[in-house]
Design a protein around this ligand. Structure first.
Ligand code: 6GU
Length: 260
């Protein structure tokens, strides 16, 4: 998978060299390219923002640098400047453009799964009050554009949301996680634990500061262990996310119970 990120703070994306995403890049599973938006400015001050039409506080990111940047990045992918199979055109003939914004649709695990199936994503993290609307409208006519928010709070820019989204997507790519099974029981993963948060986990030693571990985990009885884990997941979800319990389909829970 190829990822292009256009930003005025390339150094903010340094964490993509570390840990799971860094390793996926080193192993050639991910081709990440970070671009400085100011490359595509032409004035002495490398201006990327201006005052909003209609007045009001804050600044708006100018359309010209974004237009030049996106044209260049998209052309570089189409012309096969990428590493063959990892890049190039998607079926529709271009990348999905991900626009992080607090006014976007919620980025969820389902969104991560959809994006993980794409060969090429372009992220446009903005600072200030956002990007001139015409940029999103322009690329929306030629490409698939997803305006996405990572939660109901306001951040100073889209770079941290890009780190969040890239990590959520990258760990779903084939070969990135050590154990292919390890995202099966994730909170929010589809399946028997659908819509339940993950319960508590334990490892050695068997007693720590006088605290033991739940006996069932030592029983070797896989059915009882699975059932216990599901109960714990349910209890935790009820406590921390009653809204998820509300949305639970009781028939689906009963069906899952019969499997345990
Ligand atoms: Cl994607 N951007 C900003 N600036 N703030 C956010 C966000 C995105 N998602 C939640 N808050």
């Amino acid at each position: 998978m190829r990822l292009d990120i256009v930003t005025i703070f390339p150094e903010y994306l340094e964490p993509l060299n570390v840990s799971l995403v860094g390793k996926a890049r080193a192993r050639g599973l991910l081709d990440v390219r970070v671009h400085d938006l100011r490359q595509w400015t032409h004035d002495r001050h490398n201006t990327v923002d201006d005052t909003p039409y209609g007045g009001g506080p804050g600044m708006v990111m100018k359309p010209e640098p974004w237009g030049e940047a996106l044209d260049a990045v998209i052309a570089s992918g189409r012309s096969g400047a990428g590493d063959g199979a990892a890049a190039g055109d998607s079926g529709a003939g271009g990348p999905v453009v991900v626009v992080p914004t607090p006014s976007g649709s919620p980025f969820t695990q389902a969104t991560a799964v959809e994006l993980a199936a794409e060969p090429w994503l372009v992220f446009t993290p903005a600072r200030y009050e956002g990007i001139d609307r015409r940029v999103i409208d322009e690329y929306g006519e030629r490409l698939r554009v997803r305006e996405l928010s990572i939660g109901d709070y306001v951040l100073a820019g889209g770079e941290a949301p890009v780190l969040v989204m890239v990590e959520a997507v990258a760990r779903l790519l084939p070969g990135v996680l050590g154990n292919a099974e390890s995202h099966r029981d994730d909170s929010f993963a589809p399946g028997a634990m659908a819509d339940l948060l993950e319960g508590p986990v334990y490892t050695k030693p068997p007693v720590w500061r006088g605290r033991g571990i739940p006996e069932v985990l030592l029983s070797g009885h896989h059915g009882r262990i699975a059932r216990w884990r599901r109960d714990q997941a349910f209890i935790r979800t009820a406590r921390h996310r009653p809204d998820l319990i509300e949305r639970c389909d009781p028939a689906a829970l009963d069906a899952a119970d019969r499997e345990l």
